[in-house]
Design a protein around this ligand. Structure first.
Ligand SMILES: [Ca+2]
Ligand SMILES: [Ca+2]
Length: 213
């Protein structure tokens, strides 16, 4: 029995010795990681993919390609977003400033996610919410549902350098896609000063009670 074990041990030893030269030292070069997308310091909680612009928790993409409204919308959805819905005065003015920089002529305008194709004059956003009449930015005389270009009229909303206008949905336009930005923060609700203060007070009381102070 013992002899058998000794023989086995010798075999294992010789195998290990034989195979030792096969073991190579690890390369000293550290593996490299792909660079992380740049995070703007003033908005440290959100990140957008390359080519998308961040503002107020949303990422925006301004297309260079022109296509009809339906096609533009499908392109946005394929990227996990949708044509933009404007939720505030502040958002409108942010987008307007960017558009002014990107436009290469007065007709170089952008589709947004607004349409009255289901019922003429009833403007609805792509998330099915009706247009809030107190938050509209139509140019004067718009929407006018003109029929010169398209007998079906103008049922899709587009953004210009200042305000909105309606346009034939078949007309090729650039577009603005939007989607929620990726949140880098664990929770938007970090403990408030008051709740921290309360926790310390509770702890203090426990301590006092425990030692009869
Ligand atoms: Ca219309
Ligand atoms: Ca019009």
């Amino acid at each position: 029995m013992l002899r058998n074990l000794e023989v086995k041990l010798e075999t294992v030893k010789s195998e290990v010795t034989e195979r030792l030269p096969e073991i190579q030292p690890c390369p000293t070069v550290q593996p490299t990681c792909p660079p992380q997308p740049e995070v703007k310091m003033n908005e440290p909680c959100y990140r957008c993919e390359a080519g998308w612009e961040h503002h107020g928790g949303k990422c925006y993409y301004f297309s260079t390609r022109k296509s009809p409204w339906n096609e533009s919308r499908a392109d946005c959805r394929a990227e996990g977003g949708d044509l933009v819905k404007i939720d505030s005065r502040e958002e409108q003015s942010f987008l307007r400033k960017i558009i002014q920089q990107k436009m290469k002529g007065d007709e170089d305008r952008f589709w947004m996610g607004l349409t009255d194709s289901a019922a003429e004059g009833s403007w609805v956003w792509v998330d099915s919410s009706p247009l809030n009449e107190s938050l509209t930015f139509w140019s004067s005389n718009e929407p006018d549902d003109r029929r010169e270009e398209d007998p079906d009229g103008e049922d899709c909303g587009r953004m210009g350098p200042m305000n909105w206008s309606d346009k034939s949905c078949k007309s090729p336009q650039r577009s603005i896609c939007a989607k929620p930005a990726e949140s880098l923060c664990v929770s938007d609700r970090s403990p408030s000063f008051d709740s921290l203060k309360k926790s310390f007070e509770n702890f203090g009381n426990m301590f006092k009670n425990a030692f009869n102070l």
